[in-house]
Structures are given as C-alpha cells and as structure tokens.
Design a protein around this ligand. Structure first.
Ligand SMILES: *Cc1c(COP(=O)(O)O)cnc(C)c1O
Length: 647
C-alpha cells in the first residue's frame, strides 16, 4: 500500500509529485507537471516550446460559463498520434528496406465522434491513412468521410446483404473498400451480389489465430474465437473465389488477436503466424497485396511498462519493428513479395487526446460526525472499555493490541445493540471513540517501518471518499466494467505535499460508482494522495486517457447524459499557447428524457397545470406559481449533472 508518509511531505518537490502521480510515465510525452505545480500539456512533442497550462484552460472554460464536468479534446494530440504511427512505420520500412508500404486504418468503433474521425482523416491524408468500420452504421459514416481514393476502407464484423451492397457502392465510388470475411456464408453473398451488380469486390479473409495472447481480450484468438476462418475455411474461401473466376479479388489477410496487448511476444508470434499463411496463399496462386495486423497496440495506462492488463511491455517503435521485420523475414525466406502492411490501431491513436475534468463537490468521512462522549454512571461495559482505552492510549506500548481490542469491542457493541443491550446513543459514542482511537493508531504507525497488515487496511477504511461531479458509467465505463486503471490527478497544487489519502465516488445512486484503484508511486493503491478542498475555489481532478472507448461507450445510468465538450487547438502566437475552437454542448435533461420516451414539453405543461390549480385554490400566490413553472422548465433545459455554480 502506497502512502505519502511524513518524510515525503517534508521533502516534497515536483520530482516527488511526478514519482507519486506518474504523470510523465503514462503521459506519452503529452503531459507533465510544470514547475508551478499545474498539469501541463505538450500537444506536439516535436514543438516542446508549445506548453499549455491546464489551469489556463480551466480558467477560460469557467470564464465562458461552461458547466463541469467536461470532456477536453486536444486536437493536436490526436494529430500527433496519427503522424507518429505513420512516421514510425515509414522509418522502419525504410530501415528494413521493406519493399511495400504502410496503409493503416483507424477503427472508428474506438471513438466514432465526427470531430475525432475528421481530424484523423485530415492528419492522415498525406499518409493515405484510412478508416475501418465494424457495423452498418459505422460503414455509412466511413463511406461519407474516407474520400481519399488511395486510402483503404476495411470492413470487419458480421455483415448482412445491405452491408455488402454499401461496400460495393464504395467500390463504384472508386474507393479501396475491402470486405473482410468473418464467416464463409458472407463470401457466398458477396460473390453473388458482385456478379449481380457487376462490381469487382476487394476481399479480405480474417484468420482465426493459434497464438494465445495475454490481457483482457485473450478470447479474441484461439479456436473459440468469435471471429475468423480456420485454415481449412481460408483454403475453401480462396478456392471458392477461384471457382467463380474471382481469385484476383482476394487482396488481404487479416488478424486481430485482441485489444490492449500487454506482451510483445504475442504480437511477434501472431505476425509470424500470419506471414506464413500469407506466403502459403501466394504459393497457392493467390497474390494477396495486404497483410492486416489488426489492433492491439497498447497504452501504458498505469505507467508501469509491464505486462499488467493496464500496461504494455513495449514501445511504439518496438511494436512497429516487430511487425515490419517479422513480415519481411518470413517473406524473404519463402521468397514471396512483401505485402503492404495494414494496422488497425484505435486505442493507441485516440487514448491520450481526451480527458474528463470534474470537480470534487464533497467529502464523505467514515467518522463524519462526533458526539459528546462524556462518561455517565450507568454506561455499558463495552463503552467503558473504549473510554479507558482512549484515555490511556498514549501509555500503551502495543498499538496492535489497541487496534485488536477496539475493533473487537466495536463489533461486540453492534451485536449488543441488535439484542437491545445497549442504546442507540451508547452505540453512537462507541463509534466516535472507536474512530478517534483508530486515528491515533494510524498516526503512530506513520513513523514506523513495520506496519501490520490490519493497520495497512486501516488506511483505506479511515480514508475519506471524495464525491466527484461525474458518472463513472458515462465517462469511465471500463473502470467499472473491466477494472481498467485510468490515471486521475489533481490539475493544480502539485507543488505542495498532499494532505490526505482518498478514494473517489461519483454522483450516481449506484454503489459501484466509485474508483478505488490507482497507481501511486508505481504501485497499486486503493487510495489516491489528495488535497483538502479549498474554501474559495473548486478542486479540479483530471481523469486522463479517456479518448479510446470511454468517450463513446458510456451509458445514461441515472439519466446522466453526455458531457459538455471543449475542443482545444494549440496556437504558438497566443500568450497561453491555445484557443478553444469549439464547444459542444452535452445532453440536456429534456434530451435524455426524450430518449427514454418521455415528452418533456407536455410534462412542462402538466406541471404548469398542477401549479395553476394550486394557485386557483389559493395555496400558492400567482407570482410564486410563475416562478415555480419557470424553474421546472429551466431545469428541464439544463445540464444533467450537479450545478455547482453559485447563484
Ligand atoms: C476493436 C478492434 C480494433 C481496435 O483495436 P485497438 O486495440 O483499439 O487498436 C481493430 N481491429 C478490430 C477488428 C477490432 O475489432
């Protein structure tokens, strides 16, 4: 269990803050802690002079009256990631003397927001970077946005006949649209439709891979994988195309062994396996042009550079080198042409570009209230025991014993209360004394080298929960669903030592709506070092790396809707190095109610009628009635989250 001990507090510095919060470890070169103790953004690592102070961004957002919580998108970070991926492949291809090109695609399921897709297409234009779709709605979007004739459009997922027709429409528009066959029957329908419409398709085959990957998505490979063709099916598919005189349409071999691959070995193995299948197909007379290595390029969410589920044990350069050299080696051995390389990295491109900023709106303490514990004559013996323990605690030599006794008596008191042996008031006093004793025990162990396990867990039970104005189900769904670790850091004040350890809870009425897994000082911790909530201004927390999946997979639990979004561009000539390019309003209450089939305007009318009746009957003054009517409508049009602005 990590905690910020007293020694640390005395020697606090920015370097110390960096060690505790690990900003540079997960920041990917885009985030660090500035000398002023604020989080800084370096949106273009190639231009390190452009540094955006996060505090300035928040001040401007507040100045414009935009309500928190908000999503902030750094468009330059997104662009930088697209460029980094393409240039890294380009460099490795040159260095390896690889005789084909990189033609990556962005799988839009990772973040389908139009602004995100547009920015990626634009930043990738000079590299002919394309898009990938996995469903009909995504295909409709991709057909409209991926207009570069030289960029690939890759279509994965299960497909109906309409899907195939849309793919062929793409071919009619002169695009390189590749239909990746996930199961054999799809090929039958694609061949039939292509003949009917007289359009030559581009066909890809997704291979079911033998390689076992580590990580959360290891079910994406192996025999029980949901997608892909076995070796026998691949051969059958190729022969089927040949039999229909469409052997030339077979262009691409695809695999995807799971997202967030923590271990580079799985990637090496998969590349090798796919290269062998590719080479064999070429030998069989099918000169495929592309090998698509899918997604899986991980993000180091916890900054540990390890095979933890939330980390990766390799860099972008190593990943790319393994793909390029892995393919080259097999192809040279087998004496077949090098295929163009396609990858479908979604997470790696988008994760860093967006974050969620929320305010801490309250503190929930385990010992939230204390009552007067002055002893009285007839107090129960359990209560008397705790008085004495509390009174003479400083004389005690054995704090472990203090802990054990107090805990046992508190448990016995709870039982005694159920049996009506002690009163509610006595139980309240016992609680008060118990927590006072526990705080003493905890502070005693702060300066000790050896801390018993029970006392370690005391840190967690004694810590506060900070109530944050957001919904984990909307903004950080993987943190709830799959224990994904997302970095959380206060935006300012990091030049001072933290004052307490806290876990975080959201504002949903769901006890799962909490975050109690953090990486602190490179270790997993239930609590995060935190600061007291200032009197005069909000305490802002940033939850980072939310640009992949989190941005788009959230739900409306408790009818908390989409967040207000602020799009930031960097701009060197600006004194603060940035400007707000766009504000996208989040969901209003009437909008989320409409999604659930309510009729907000008639609801407003109904409530108005109810108020009018109270007015008519003389229970409410007319002026007051108008105010209530207006207030109901004002809230209907308002934001779904807590309104923390002072009236
Ligand atoms: C989800 C998915 C991806 C994206 O994977 P990342 O790990 O986010 O890069 C790529 N290809 C396919 C087929 C997918 O299903």
């Amino acid at each position: 269990m990590s905690q910020v001990n007293n020694q640390r507090k005395r020697d606090w510095s920015i370097e110390e803050a960096e060690r505790v919060f690990g900003v540079a470890s997960w920041g990917g070169g885009y985030f660090d802690i500035g000398q002023n103790g604020h989080i800084h953004v370096i949106p273009q690592p190639n231009s390190p002079d452009i540094r955006i102070d996060f505090k300035a961004v928040i001040d401007e957002i507040r100045g414009e009256g935009i309500q928190f919580p908000i999503v902030i998108r750094f468009h330059d970070v997104l662009r930088s990631q697209v460029v980094a991926l393409n240039q890294t492949f380009g460099r490795a291809i040159d260095a390896a003397k690889y005789e084909a090109e990189y033609r990556g695609v962005f799988p839009i399921k990772v973040n389908q927001m139009r602004e995100v897709v547009e920015e990626i297409v634009d930043a990738g234009a000079e590299y002919n970077f394309g898009l990938e779709a996995g469903s009909k709605p995504e295909l409709l979007a991709v057909l409209a946005y991926n207009t570069n004739q030289d960029a690939l459009t890759i279509l994965n997922g299960y497909k109906d006949e309409e899907f195939m027709r849309l793919a062929l429409l793409g071919r009619r528009l002169g695009r390189k649209v590749v239909v990746v066959i996930e199961k054999f029957s799809e090929l039958v329908s694609l061949v039939r439709l292509s003949k009917e419409l007289n359009i030559e398709p581009m066909v890809g085959l997704r291979a079911k891979m033998q390689v076992k990957s580590l990580g959360r998505w290891q079910g994406s490979s192996g025999e029980r994988a949901k997608f892909g063709l076995t070796i026998a099916e691949i051969i059958k598919a190729a022969r089927y195309l040949e039999a229909h005189e469409m052997g030339d349409a077979l262009k691409l071999l695809h695999f995807h062994i799971g997202s967030q691959l923590p271990d580079i070995r799985a990637i090496k193995d998969a590349v090798n396996e796919s290269a062998m299948i590719y080479a064999e197909l070429v030998h069989m007379g099918f000169p495929l042009e592309y090998v698509d290595v899918g997604g899986g390029l991980g993000i180091d969410y916890d900054g540990s550079k390890s095979t933890n589920d939330s980390s990766r044990n390799y860099t972008l350069e190593e990943y790319v080198a393994d793909v390029v050299y892995g393919l080259k080696e097999v192809c040279d051995l087998e004496n077949v042409p090098h295929p163009h390389i396609v990858s479908e990295s979604g997470r790696a491109i988008t994760a860093h570009h967006s974050c969620v900023i929320t305010e801490v709106v309250g503190e929930i303490k385990p010992d939230g209230a204390e009552i007067d514990t002055t002893p009285r004559e007839n107090d129960h013996v359990l209560l008397k025991n705790l008085y004495e323990l509390h009174q003479y605690i400083d004389d005690h030599k054995n704090y472990q014993e203090v802990y054990n006794d107090a805990t046992q008596w508190k448990e016995q008191a709870a039982e005694a209360f159920k049996l009506r042996v002690i009163s509610l008031e006595e139980l309240g006093k016992i609680e008060t004394l118990y927590w006072q004793i526990m705080r003493k025990v905890q502070s005693y162990y702060q300066s000790e080298d050896f801390v018993p396990a029970e006392v370690q867990s005391l840190d967690f039970s004694i810590s506060s929960q900070y109530l944050c104005n957001f919904s984990i189900f909307q903004s950080a769904v993987d943190s709830w669903a799959i224990d994904q670790i997302l970095p959380v850091v206060p935006i300012t004040g990091l030049d001072k030592p933290p004052t307490k350890n806290c876990s975080l809870v959201d504002i949903t009425c769901d006890s799962d709506g909490k975050i109690d897994k953090f990486i602190v000082d490179h270790e997993l911790s239930n609590v995060l070092p935190m600061y007291d909530i200032p009197e005069d201004e909000p305490l802002y927390l940033g939850m980072f790396l939310t640009g992949a999946y989190q941005d788009v997979m959230g739900d409306m639990h408790n009818l908390f809707g989409r967040l207000n979004e602020v799009h930031i561009f960097s701009y060197d000539d600006d004194p603060e190095d940035f400007y707000i390019e766009e504000v996208v309003k989040g969901s209003s209450v009437d909008k989320v109610l409409s999604v659930m089939q309510y009729h907000p305007s008639s609801m407003a009318l109904d409530v108005k009628k109810l108020i009018d009746r109270q007015v008519a009957e003389g229970h409410i003054k007319p002026r007051e009635g108008v105010k209530w009517t207006d207030f109901y409508e004002y809230c209907l049009e308002g934001y779904t989250y807590l309104n923390t602005s002072k009236p």
